[in-house]
Design a protein around this ligand. Structure first.
Ligand code: PGA
Length: 253
């Protein structure tokens, strides 16, 4: 069995993201005051969009600066050009990076656009750049209907590190609308491993809506299993679930 995983339930995704963004802002400001950098682990998908909107608002209206922030994204599709509209690099620029003052050289995503035979070395280099930055202070996560964090599909080992994986059929179906059909969805991706994610000093997993309720319950209330990567968060001492009411609806307690 795992440990108790703290969770907070909010009225809406926006309310949850106001709280989390305020926490991130005060963390960045206190690091800035001590001349320390802030290392954020970032996620793609629909889930973090309200968080990114709120961080952009804090930047524009409340002077929050990201000049001392370094970011590492969880994952990237294999085989898409960097600037492909569906690449996670493009996603992050569209929804966050183009609207804040995070320096371009501080932005990191796993290398999806390289030739397959270069991928293992580039994955090792990605791990090394995280280590060189001092490790991740706060990792933001969504959760897939397969229970994946990053693209760590069922069966991924708790100690796994950044690697190329084959996407689960459910995950590819969920991505089909944004790609204009499942045939266009890449079959592989590069993802931080479960071990990479669990090495972050703090973790915030976000989940909204009734279609996440069943997997959220499994992740929080069922025993730790490699069939649900998010259940590994039960073993982390500073992981918090940020839920809206619908995503929390199946919890027993
Ligand atoms: P979503 O994806 O944010 O688009 O629901 C979450 C995930 O697959 O991790």
């Amino acid at each position: 069995m795992g440990h108790f995983t703290p969770l907070v339930v909010f009225e809406s995704p926006e309310a949850a993201c106001r709280q989390l963004a305020a926490d991130i802002a005060s963390f960045i400001r206190s690091n800035d005051a001590r001349h320390r950098p802030t290392v954020l682990g970032l996620a793609t998908g629909n889930t973090p969009l309200p968080l990114y909107r709120e961080l952009i608002r804090l930047h524009r209206e409340e002077g929050l600066s990201f000049r001392n922030v370094t970011s590492f994204n969880l994952d990237e599709y294999v085989g898409l050009e960097r600037d492909h509209p569906q690449s996670y690099r493009s996603f992050m620029h569209r929804h966050l990076f183009d609207h804040i003052d995070l320096p371009a050289q501080n932005i990191h995503l796993p290398p999806g656009g390289v030739l397959t035979d270069q991928i293992p070395a580039r994955c090792t280099a990605y791990e090394a750049s995280i280590a060189q930055a001092g490790g991740i202070d706060l990792q933001i996560l969504g959760i897939g209907r397969t229970g994946h964090i990053g693209f760590n599909e069922p069966g991924t080992h708790i100690d796994s590190r950044t690697q190329m994986i084959e996407l689960d059929a459910v995950t590819r179906q969920d991505a089909a609308p944004t790609f204009g059909g499942i045939a266009n969805v890449p079959t592989h991706a590069i993802t931080m491993g479960c071990g990479t994610i669990l090495a972050a000093r703090q973790i915030a997993l976000l989940a909204w809506g009734s279609n996440k309720a069943a997997i959220v319950r499994k992740a929080i209330e069922e025993p730790v299993t490699d069939q649900v990567s998010a259940s590994f968060l039960q073993t982390h001492r500073a992981a918090t679930f940020f839920l809206d009411r619908a995503a929390a609806a199946a919890l027993r307690e």
